[in-house]
Design a protein around this ligand. Structure first.
Ligand code: CTP
Length: 419
């Protein structure tokens, strides 16, 4: 799923290779991309918009004005070209005719696709397909060079037999080759390929009686962002989740628990199999010493509840860890945040502590952004700016990737030095 979370606009222009665009669409979607198709009028003569609509699951943009639409080309909601571009990571034009490239090179916008292209900026990948004489023509070569100068990318056409029964360079590149270029340009690096990552998320709940419990305000968003980011980088993710306000991501092995002790038992079982543990769950430090099996009745008197300490899951796991396992903990601190984080790093014996202070602007519990400081041994603390939680997850996993590669290198060099 190298293109998971990526939005692509696929422009299809009129040429015999238009049918191959359906195959390209399938390949892009197979890698997790969300694809919107825009067609020129002449493309609709080679392949119907309905084909792309069914395959992509979205309306197909074929005209600038509603009254130009053929029945069935787009529904009433229509698709706005500006809206498409606003969300797009890349526009891929495959097949691309000399005509559409010429229009884009000179800023002409007289149909849906050329208008999209003029709005797009340089994030465009062209897969030209045309008669070899058209491709070799000085004007086309000039337009190709001009588009490249503007920052556009090309997957050059191939040599071979053409639909016009001539031999030469002009056949559209294989859809697989186009897919590879898309992945190269916007794909997610698979730098955690096959790495077993255990992530804890959400909050624990400790029963006082059958209807009441102690918990905290953690939403689970940070842990879910970590799970999604790790998965998109090729990791094999196990999510150990308490209560959360967000759904667990699809395609991830999820284990649900309620109390800190449940989480501890599950973590002990799952930890030996993982290469990396990221403990983002907000674990309750205390539980009721004697949870009542029936509903506690109101009395006139004040009530004191005796609390018993829960196990420190992270510190416990650190004691059992094998040499190569990496451990990341979080620390929610409102005073002397970095110093307190450094103390936790030592006390819990982990490799990284991600400190956050909910009093910081943009770091509120349950919010969509976070402000964190990365604290590790032997290095100055690094405070990151306010970032969406997915970007915080990316930075934490970047750290994991770097740390793993350093560990591997130092492991190798120590083997070499022993030899
Ligand atoms: N943690 C844990 N088990 C607990 C409490 C916390 O594994 N019983 C983990 C959290 O998931 C987090 C890290 O330890 O990764 C720090 O959690 P935090 O609540 O900030 O710290 P505490 O250890 O609970 O210490 P304090 O509440 O005194 O700050």
């Amino acid at each position: 799923m190298k293109l998971k979370g990526k939005n692509i606009v696929l422009g299809v222009t009129g040429g015999i290779a238009a049918y191959k665009a359906a195959e390209l669409l399938r390949l892009l979607m197979q890698e997790g991309a969300d694809v919107h198709v825009v067609m020129t009028t002449s493309a609709t003569r080679f392949i119907t918009p309905l084909t792309f609509r069914v395959l992509s699951g979205h309306d197909v943009l074929t005209a600038l004005y509603q009254e130009e639409l053929q029945l069935g080309e787009a529904d009433e909601s229509g698709v706005e070209h500006i809206e498409l571009i606003r969300n797009a990571d890349l526009v891929v034009v495959a097949p691309a005719t000399a005509n559409t490239m010429a229009k884009a090179a000179w800023g002409l916008a007289d149909d849906a696709l050329s208008t999209v292209l003029l709005t797009a900026g340089p994030e465009v990948l062209w897969a030209p397909a045309m008669n070899h004489r058209m491709w070799k023509n000085a004007v086309t070569m000039d337009n190709v060079a001009r588009l490249k100068r503007l920052g556009h990318q090309m997957v050059d056409p191939e040599e071979g037999w053409m639909a016009c029964r001539e031999h030469g360079k002009g056949r559209m590149a294989d859809p697989i080759e186009i897919l590879d270029r898309v992945v190269e340009l916007i794909g997610q690096p698979q730098d955690l390929d096959g790495v077993q990552v255990l992530i804890t998320a959400g909050r624990t709940e400790e029963d006082l009686d059958p209807v009441r419990f102690i918990t905290n305000r953690s939403s689970g968003k940070m842990g879910v962002a970590l799970a999604e980011e790790a998965q998109s980088r090729g990791a094999e993710v196990v999510l150990l989740a308490g209560a959360m306000d967000v759904p667990a991501p699809d395609g991830i092995d999820v284990h649900r628990v309620r109390s800190a002790r449940d989480m501890s038992t599950a973590a002990k079982r799952l930890f030996p199999k993982c290469d990396v543990l990221v403990m983002a769950a907000a674990v309750g430090d205390y539980r009721s010493a004697k949870a009542s099996t029936s509903k506690m009745k109101r009395t006139k008197d004040d009530l004191s509840i005796e609390l018993k300490a829960n196990p420190d899951i992270l510190a416990g796991l650190a004691k059992s860890r094998k040499g190569s396992q990496l451990m990341v903990g979080f620390a929610l601190e409102t005073n002397r945040a970095v110093e307190a984080g450094r103390e936790k790093l030592k006390k819990k014996n982990v490799d990284l502590i991600v400190v956050n202070n909910p009093k910081d602007k943009g770091a509120a519990i349950g919010g969509d952004t976070n402000v964190v400081t990365l604290v590790e041994a032997g290095r100055a603390a690094r405070k990151l700016p306010v970032l969406p939680k997915r970007d915080v997850a990316r930075r934490i996993l970047d750290w994991v990737v770097t740390k793993r590669s350093k560990k591997r290198k130092s492991g190798k060099s120590s083997v070499r030095s022993k030899a």
